[in-house]
Unconditional design. Structure first.
Lengths: 165, 563
């Protein structure tokens, strides 16, 4: 783990694991981990809402205190500790729609630097969703609504004109 | 030894062998909320609503906590309230909340707790109402997985008390659900239709199938004559839902109400029960003198018949060939109607399995029409009475219709475990004095134990009798009979613990209700002047008018089993 690791994604990864491992017997673990994962998925996709952090904390505490077995009692641990020590990362995802570690694919934004773009159209030809358009020999642009943040344009650009913003 | 105490919410509560802290608290009048706990079932500990807090502030589920002398716990703290609300919110988020059109509305534990805990907002998205979540394949019950909160009461009831095991948990985590084997329709499972799962379901995930609409249609049709028979156990289970005391015998008011609802004639299944007693006692005497297999099992309970077909086919020939009272009475009524309208016969039963019995091929006439067209449960009839806007409390008593209004106390007590046996004993005993009748009650046939035994002298023979209720108790008994560990001449089997008073079609009630209802039936028996079935002159006359062939045709049945 280093500065390129998103702590929200780390929490989401562990929650995905425990949610899969839940046997489903007791309510807090069965329903609670599902809801926590739902909220975390929402946050890393840039759809987090005001109040999500508090809801995660509330859910996490309730699950830890009421779950039947050790799995449920510890399931919320990674979420609660990342909120405790990296709350700013959660806030950046929710309020600024940005991932400080630049790791969350859905929160990335690719833009073409018009100064560097030669208008060769290689990026547009390699874009799987036809999100890039432009006239040959003039700077191309990316339609952010269509873009799926796959990064194919970045690796195909010979002039390093496409940047993550 | 000194008394041992536990301190619950500051109250000193004496420990008297309670099974857990939850029971102890309820004894002290503190009702800790719980979904998955039932005093009659094993402890599951899944809903986490019953958590309590100890002195150090740590939490434990009271249903799975042993009472410990000197321990101090609190059942209602800020922390507990917060967590309980969260659990409710989580359950509500995954529950199809179409409460206004849910058959369980008004009687639903989740609804009740959501109100009590003042849940006004559910912060999680809910898309649990889905098409295809219902299983309507059974004629007895309807399952709806979108309402299920996975408390597991139905699973434990089906496996532990009934030894049927038609349903169990399937999948894991948030995909967990209650399912039959291979997730097939419940109608193709070993389900016997006893309805005890519906009786313990705290929400609307398993409910009794409602056939009231079809009956309303028949009542509304001018060219249809609709008569109805009412089973003994129904009269004592209506009271609470209709504003009277639990367990009050209310046959008189019920007859009036059914007439107001629009039934053309109302009869008492106790009449059929008297027929059953006479036929069954004759059959038993025949078997005792070497004419057929012993032990003889009673045949009134359709869930027991189906259970025997599924699991103990080797005992099918031991089951009395007498039909159940409902199916003896129905063809008699069908024949008695001489009018030219279409005749629809409805039976009001405490039982969901009777719905299945009504549709069995064995109980259809030559043209393939069932003798009983519709079976309604007590629950459905209560709803019909409410729908018709009848003020039940204020009704006058009425008598049943002629010529079948004559009943005896023996027919009335069919509704409680041990009742059939007691009725047969009253008939078989040569001494009809009050004292002799009283002695029968002390032979051990009354009471709510799962298995009761008695030895009675009939003629010069000692007859060994067992009375069993609950299908798991039945299985244990059958296995013992098979291995030769025990011997009985007569075994009465009722599938529902406590007999029909606790049937799956009765209004949901606490454990004590069945005692009130049984007391009500014995009270109703007490006011009947005639105590023994052969004193029912109408029945005796009716049976005398039939020749052996006729009797065989409409009073007896041979279950062929599943093969």
């Amino acid at each position: 783990m280093d500065k390129n690791t998103c702590m929200v994604e780390v929490a989401r990864f562990f929650m995905d694991f425990t949610q899969n491992e839940s046997c489903g017997k007791c309510v807090p673990c069965r329903e609670g981990t599902k809801r926590m994962l739902e909220i975390l998925n929402r946050i890393v996709e840039g759809k987090g809402k005001d109040g999500d952090i508090e809801l995660l904390e509330e859910l996490g505490e309730a699950i830890s205190k009421t779950a039947l077995c050790g799995l449920g009692k510890t399931a919320a641990g990674p979420v609660l500790s990342t909120i405790k020590y990296f709350r700013n990362e959660y806030e950046a995802h929710i309020y600024e729609k940005r991932c400080p570690a630049n790791a969350c694919a859905k929160l990335k934004k690719y833009v073409i630097d018009p100064e560097l773009c030669k208008g060769c159209s290689k990026c547009a030809r390699n874009c799987p969703v036809n999100a890039i358009s432009g006239e040959i020999k003039k700077p191309f642009t990316i339609d952010q609504d269509k873009c799926i943040k796959c990064g194919a344009c970045v690796s195909n650009c010979a002039f390093k004109a496409i940047k993550e913003a | 030894m000194d008394k041992q105490y536990m301190i619950i919410d500051g109250i000193e509560v004496t420990i008297e062998g309670e099974r857990n802290v939850l029971e102890l608290a309820r004894k002290a009048g503190i009702d800790i909320p719980a979904f998955c706990y039932d005093p009659e079932l094993s402890i599951y500990g899944a809903c986490r609503m019953c958590m309590v807090e100890n002195e150090r502030g740590s939490l434990e589920a009271s249903c799975s906590m042993l009472p410990k002398a000197g321990a101090v716990i609190k059942t209602n703290t800020a922390k507990l309230r917060k967590y309980r609300k969260m659990i409710l919110e989580l359950l509500l988020a995954n529950h199809c909340r179409d409460c206004t059109i849910c058959p369980k509305s008004g009687n639903c534990k989740l609804q009740e707790f959501a109100y009590k805990f003042n849940i006004t907002d559910v912060r999680f998205p809910n898309n649990s109402c889905q098409l295809g979540s219902q299983d309507k394949s059974s004629v007895s019950i309807v399952r709806d997985s979108s309402k299920c909160i996975l408390c597991g009461k139905c699973v434990r009831m089906c496996a532990e008390v009934q030894n049927v095991g038609a349903i169990d948990y399937a999948y894991r985590g948030s995909k967990k659900k209650i399912a039959t084997a291979f997730d097939g329709p419940i109608a193709n499972s070993p389900c016997v239709g006893c309805g005890q799962c519906a009786a313990v379901c705290p929400v609307g995930a398993i409910v009794v199938k409602d056939d009231a609409d079809k009956v309303w249609d028949a009542i509304g049709d001018k060219n249809t004559y609709v008569d109805v028979q009412v089973a003994p156990a129904v009269r004592v289970a209506l009271g609470k839902e209709l504003g009277l005391e639990e367990g009050t015998p209310l046959m008189g008011k019920l007859v009036t109400a059914l007439k107001e609802v629009g039934f053309d004639a109302v009869y008492d299944t106790s009449f059929g029960a008297d027929m059953t007693v006479l036929e069954e006692a004759n059959e038993f005497v025949g078997r005792l003198s070497g004419n057929g297999k012993l032990p003889m099992f009673t045949s009134c309970c359709p869930a027991w018949i189906r259970f025997a077909e599924n699991k103990y086919p080797e005992f099918l020939s031991n089951i009395s060939t007498c039909r159940s009272p409902m199916q003896m009475f129905a063809p008699v009524l069908k024949e008695a109607y001489k009018g030219d309208k279409k005749h629809v016969h409805v039976a009001i039963m405490p039982c969901t399995a009777k719905k299945f019995e009504g549709k069995r091929d064995e109980f259809k006439d030559k043209d393939g029409n069932p003798y009983v067209d519709y079976v309604l449960t007590t629950q459905e009839v209560i709803r019909m009475i409410k729908e018709a806007g009848i003020d039940f409390k204020a009704l006058e008593d009425s008598a049943c219709d002629n010529p079948f209004e004559e009943i005896t106390g023996a027919g009335v007590i069919f509704g409680v475990t041990g009742g059939v046996t007691e009725a047969v004993l009253r008939y078989a005993s040569s001494d009809k004095s009050e004292k002799a009748l009283e002695e029968i009650t002390y032979t051990g046939v009354r009471g709510f134990e799962g298995v009761k035994e008695a030895t009675v002298k009939i003629g010069d023979k000692d007859v060994k009798i067992a009375v069993v209720s609950g299908l798991n108790n039945t299985s244990v008994l059958l296995d013992k009979i098979k291995s030769g560990d025990v011997y009985y001449d007569l075994v009465e089997v009722m599938s529902c613990p406590g007999g029909c008073v606790n049937g799956g079609g009765q209004p949901q009630a606490e454990r004590e209700a069945r005692h009130y209802r049984a007391d009500g039936l014995y009270k109703a028996d007490g006011v009947e002047v005639k105590k023994s079935s052969e004193q029912n002159t109408a029945v005796v006359k009716l049976l005398a008018s039939m020749d052996e062939h006729k009797k065989h045709e409409i009073l007896h049945v041979h279950y062929k089993g599943n093969k």
